[in-house]
Write a protein that binds this ligand. Structure first.
Ligand code: SF4
Length: 280
């Protein structure tokens, strides 16, 4: 049994909120750097060059990549041989978010009640996904999520007979409807299977996977590649002004499901697909 104090969790989450908002991960940055070479439209190329410049300015000057610094989505995997000392874990995660958004001068974008809509002024609470894993360590991923693209995400409760063609149609329809509102070029996270809530979790988790890694399941890998090609033929393009580079990647996660259903969730992310990951 290893003890980890919540002070360490708070410190790491604080740093990760800032890190994710100031610096894109290497795979995301590399996808954006290469994108102008794939773009035929002059205006599309111009937008992509501006995105490159924006990423460089954010990193060099240590300022947020986008004014929407997102709602903090925290994936936390806790080794079953870890004992957490200090305060309540959920309070610690939110304290890390609070400190990160304050010290990093990140926009506070969370309202306390979805209808009364009073800002909490510290970007808490975070959305927290817990997972218990073997071992004596904790793995944390902080993924601040902008809502321009979140709002364009969808869930489809397909019939089993809809099959893989139904899944493709659902993804392509969602991207088409998202259009410029999702701040393309986008990253498309897809969750297939599970239940109504599980497929949305899978779609969100898919966005945190390295864009250079394809699914280890052969047919899913083929699906990811086919969907990326088809999405980029839709003509939406960078900033929705037309062109080839509508998406930088499609990541698909799957899970067993019920004999009577085929749930599919599509979580759209913009070109600021942020995530920081640490193991403590
Ligand atoms: S969707 Fe993304 S790029 Fe657009 S405003 Fe929100 S965080 Fe920024």
């Amino acid at each position: 049994m290893r003890s980890i104090h919540t002070d360490e969790i708070i410190k790491n989450i604080k740093e990760m909120c800032i890190e994710a908002n100031y610096n894109l991960s290497k795979d995301m940055e590399s996808a954006i750097l290469q994108a102008p070479n794939k773009e035929e439209s002059p205006i599309g190329k111009q937008i992509l060059d501006q995105l490159k410049e924006n990423i460089n300015i954010a990193r060099e000057e240590q300022i947020p990549i986008c004014q929407d610094t997102g709602m903090a989505i925290v994936f936390i995997k806790i080794g079953q041989d870890v004992h957490i000392d200090g305060i309540n874990l959920e309070d610690a995660i939110n304290e890390g978010v609070r400190q990160g958004y304050r010290e990093g001068y990140l926009r506070k974008s969370v309202v306390k009640d979805p209808l009364i809509r009073e800002n909490t002024n510290d970007n808490t609470p975070a959305i927290i996904h817990y997972e218990i894993i073997p071992g004596d360590h904790i793995e944390i991923t902080v993924a601040p999520k902008g809502f321009g693209s979140e709002n364009m995400s969808r869930v489809y409760m397909l019939k089993p007979a809809d099959g893989i063609e139904g899944v493709k149609a659902a993804v392509l329809e969602t991207v088409q409807l998202a259009g410029p509102n999702a701040c393309p070029p986008m990253v498309v996270g897809v969750g297939i299977g599970g239940s109504f809530e599980k497929c949305t979790y899978l779609a969100k988790k898919a966005l945190t996977r390295n864009l250079e890694e394809r699914s280890p399941i052969e047919y899913v890998k083929d699906l990811e590649e086919e969907l990326l090609i088809k999405i980029n033929k839709q003509g939406i393009g960078p900033a929705g002004l037309g062109g080839r580079v509508t998406a930088l990647g499609v990541n698909v996660e799957t899970y067993p499901t019920h004999i009577a259903g085929l749930p599919v969730a599509i979580n759209i992310c913009c070109h600021v697909n942020r995530h920081a990951n640490r193991v403590i």
